[in-house]
Design a protein around this ligand. Structure first.
Ligand SMILES: [Zn+2]
Length: 451
């Protein structure tokens, strides 16, 4: 994983390698600014050489993949084609907490409703709220907000010059009218790939004539090319090899004359385009608007292109790696890296009373957040010298008034760790961090020692 670097005046420099960061720290030329993501500040440098860094985002409902890549573009002298090479620097997976927000608000709604109803009869009030255009439910707005918070943070810690975002699943404009979209698209592999993905989604993943699932499917013209059928998506479906061969150039009505129900279904479905493929998901759209507001150039890509890039370049699956494949890219290097998981945890509870499952008070939240200098959500390293919990535990702390804390680690919770054994790694900032690979765990150890 690359290390983010700031200069003496806290202006971003190019990220460096772990080894270089370690040397700088050992020689006393740098200090640690943050542990997650690992960021150092040079003590005596001001400014430096910059290359362009692109933040790439693959927004998802539960997890958003983010990749920081160093981008180099070369233009071929003969053909004039632009070749974009992306070297992956850092990979992140941002886990959203939409469900937790929804649950908390629903519970608050229930409590308020009960408080009001218990006083006296109130007539039903509904449909009496107006919402501004572009309003998103809090659980969805949170996705936009946390993603933007991280994009802004990366722009502070690295010389970010551009942003890429996956906006839609398929480019239906291009698929519906391959004629208008130019030769490059019609003949390109991307068109074929995107069309096939679209058809798989539209027709379900089985043969349209015999319903066989889990077989290689071929793109099939409902009205054969020989009979004047076009290459438009409306004329395409998917069938197994056998059915494709048997149908040949026979008209579909004749081929399915013994199955009138299936014929009617195929013909009706061919005419209706896939509904939500064209619709830009409202959250993605809101994110796109916020990204544009940063003033940086924003490139948008389709899900079809992301998958095409990923398969073509032989890159593994994953939210962060998908993000690295968003948009126009011809080569992705150094992608096999540890991923930093960032889990949105919130900054505590609004509700002061803890309830049991029947809704009766079970306890009350402390008035003060800090206990013995620690706060719930702080990243700590606990070194327990003896006893059953002997060892080093690195994780997110949950404080208790008694000074006996719980530590949440990726593989479970250790309870009852005294505050005396804990050392702070990083203050709570509303996120929990975990590194997803073996190599990265060593890095975390280094980070802890450096801090
Ligand atoms: Zn078949």
């Amino acid at each position: 994983m690359s290390v983010l670097v700031l200069d003496k005046r806290k202006c971003p420099l190019m990220p460096c390698t772990e080894k270089r960061a370690r040397l700088l720290l050992e020689r006393g030329k740098a200090v640690v600014l943050r542990v997650y993501p690992f960021t150092i500040r040079l003590k005596d440098r001001v400014g430096g050489d910059m290359q362009s860094i692109r933040v790439k985002i693959d927004p998802g409902s539960k997890t958003t993949g983010i990749a920081l890549v160093r981008e180099t573009q070369t233009i071929c002298k003969d053909t004039g084609e632009v070749n974009t090479k992306a070297a992956v620097l850092l990979l992140f997976e941002l886990q959203h907490r939409g469900q937790a927000i929804r649950d908390a608000l629903n519970q608050r709604l229930g409590f308020r409703r009960r408080r009001r109803a218990q006083l006296r009869y109130r007539p039903a009030r509904f449909l009496n709220r107006t919402r501004p255009q572009g309003w998103l439910a809090p659980s969805l707005q949170h996705r936009v907000d946390t993603t933007m918070a991280w994009v802004n943070r990366f722009a502070r810690f690295a010389p970010v010059t551009a942003i890429s975002q996956e906006l839609v699943r398929f480019d239906t404009q291009l698929m519906q009218n391959p004629e208008i979209s130019g030769v490059a698209y019609q003949q390109g592999e991307l068109a074929g790939f995107e069309v096939k993905e679209y058809l798989l989604e539209k027709w379900g993943r089985c043969c349209v004539y015999c319903d066989t699932p889990n077989v290689p499917l071929e793109v099939e013209h409902i009205v054969a090319r020989a009979n004047g059928g076009t290459n438009r998506v409306g004329n395409l479906t998917l069938s197994c090899h056998d059915c494709n061969q048997r149908k040949g150039i026979i008209p579909v009505a004749q081929f399915l004359e013994n199955a009138p129900a299936r014929l009617a279904r195929v013909q009706a479905q061919a005419r209706t385009p896939l509904k939500d493929a064209a619709a830009v998901n409202s959250t993605r759209w809101a994110l796109f608007q916020s990204l544009k507001a940063t003033g940086l150039p924003v490139e948008t890509g389709t899900g079809g292109r992301t998958k095409w890039n990923r398969t073509r370049l032989g890159i593994s699956k994953g939210h962060a790696l998908d993000a690295a494949c968003v948009g126009m890219v011809d080569d992705v290097q150094d992608w096999n890296r540890p991923v930093l998981g960032i889990k949105a945890t919130g900054r505590g509870s609004y509700k002061r009373t803890r309830l049991n499952k029947h809704g009766f008070p079970r306890g009350y939240l402390m008035r003060q957040k800090q206990v013995k200098g620690f706060q719930t959500g702080d990243a700590v390293r606990a070194t327990v010298p003896k006893g059953t919990k002997m060892g080093v535990h690195v994780g997110r702390v949950a404080v208790r008034a008694s000074g006996s804390f719980n530590i949440q680690m990726p593989n479970g919770v250790v309870q009852g760790i005294s505050h005396r054994h804990c050392a702070l790694i990083q203050r709570a900032d509303g996120y929990g961090y975990f590194v997803q690979q073996k190599i990265a765990l060593d890095h975390k150890e280094d980070a802890g020692q450096a801090a």
